[in-house]
Design a protein. Sequence first.
Length: 150
Amino acid sequence: MEGARTATDADLADLQWVHASVVTEQADHRGGNLFYRREAADAATRLSEAVSDGTAVVGTYDDVVLGYGIATAEKLPDGSLLGRIEALAVVAEARGSGIGEAIMNDMLTRLEATGCFGVDSTALPGDRSTKNFFESFGLKARLLVVHRSF
């Protein structure tokens, strides 16, 4: 059975394994290499921080960690809180099992309970399955980042 729960220190090795799996898979996608060099450059430290501050969630199937998410609340200049899904990853072999949905539902519940007025996340361009996944939870594109490599 799939589920989601707050990540603990005991989950760190599993979180790093999931992250490495997803990085390897998505490195060749448009924007993937730069994303992992910039936004996810120090994943080991970020995962450890997210576990410590309680913002990391693990997705499990029969108690085996096969995914994770990181959700934070960002205070905007007007004082309101915007939820941010910084990471959501499920190993390829476990997609479609409900693990991603369990992680997402857990994070959305936490962000709403924190008082966030909404939630943002990111998807690589052309990654239709991720975009469709987010859209199934009501998230829609609001900003595009463009880039040119030299």
